[in-house]
Design a protein around this ligand. Structure first.
Ligand SMILES: [Zn+2]
Length: 321
């Protein structure tokens, strides 16, 4: 029996790849490469192979003991053919990653969207283990989500289901990174909070956040510090995001009637009080019957959910057949 899998998390700013022991799900070795300046098909492909080469040079494991390589990408993926169809933040399109990686290393290779991979890790080993009807929502720079129905990931007619962040909540509202107007993501993501704080500061409002952070670069850590200091402005912007997010989640609870919602991503992992307020408000706002059964849990794998989930794509697909 093969003992290992390789997981790769191909993100907008870094590539993380790791050798993972199948039995324990332990990360034995990892390689991290920055991808900030490299964009476009050729450069991303070269950087990915460089990271994998480095991983192979570090590990003392026979290639024949490695069952699969899984790649999680922040973008639209054709899973069947292993093609990265489109990834805006990597400036890649129609990149045949499965073919390239399989030809070079002669190991079966699988591709999935990063949110889907994170969901797979939570389903098989994390917060959603033993649950069948689940929604996973990851809140950070943007809002990603993945729908699980009867233990299987629901992708829809064009493989794009689960765009919780692009539910339109205000037709005359803020513009969203996707090009539409009034999406939830423009109201409830970390970037949305950051933008609200920035525009309030510009209009002359005061906040301790301008003492602790470069206001062009406000992180979750800065938001937390500012909340801990009882900063009124930060509190107002965060509460506004929580209000919108709980509206969205209550609507989804009513619409899908899941048994579990897993919340993850930087904003959730970084600030406990955001998580507890969202849970309380979402349950309160949802209809009585679906909210009587709903559970909430925090995602378990944090920064490693992408690599872990990627290494599990093959196993998960086998399980779903
Ligand atoms: Zn949008």
């Amino acid at each position: 029996m093969k003992k290992y899998n390789i997981g790769v998390d191909l993100g907008g700013t870094k590539i993380l790849c790791a050798l993972i022991e199948e039995k324990t799900q332990k990360i034995l070795f990892e390689v991290k490469k920055k991808t900030k300046k490299e964009k476009g098909n050729k450069k991303i492909e070269a950087k990915l192979l460089e990271a994998l080469d480095e991983l192979f040079s570090k590990i003392d494991v026979k290639k024949t003991d490695i069952d699969s390589i899984g790649i999680a990408v922040a973008g639209q993926v054709d899973k069947k053919n292993g093609i990265l169809v489109n990834a805006c933040n990597l400036e890649c399109s129609n990149l045949e990653l499965k073919k390239t990686v399989e030809e070079k290393y002669n190991i079966e290779t699988y591709l999935a969207n990063d949110v889907e991979a994170a969901t797979i890790s939570e389903l098989l080993y994390g917060a959603a283990k033993d649950y069948k009807d689940v929604l996973c929502v990851f809140i950070g720079t943007g809002i990603g989500s993945c729908i699980v129905i009867n233990g299987q990931i629901y992708k829809g007619a064009t493989q794009s289901a689960g765009e919780f962040g692009h539910i339109i909540i205000d037709s005359n509202g803020r513009s969203c990174a996707c090009g539409a107007v009034g999406c939830l993501e423009a109201y409830a993501s970390r970037s949305a909070i950051e933008n609200r704080i920035k525009s309030s500061l510009k209009s002359g409002k005061k906040s301790v956040i301008s003492d602790i952070a470069d206001t062009n670069n406000i992180s979750t850590k800065h938001i937390k510090q500012s909340l801990d200091a009882n900063d009124e402005l930060t509190k107002r912007c965060v509460d506004e995001a929580i209000e919108y997010l709980s509206n969205g989640l209550a609507s989804v609870i009513n619409f899908l009637n899941p048994e579990l919602i897993v919340l993850g991503g930087g904003l959730i992992q970084g600030i406990d009080e955001i998580y507890s307020k969202i849970v309380k408000l979402s349950k309160m706002k949802a209809l009585k019957l679906p909210s009587s059964k709903i559970e909430f849990k925090k995602a378990q794998f944090g920064d490693y959910s992408g690599v872990l989930g990627a290494s599990l794509i093959k196993n998960f697909e086998k399980k779903c057949q």
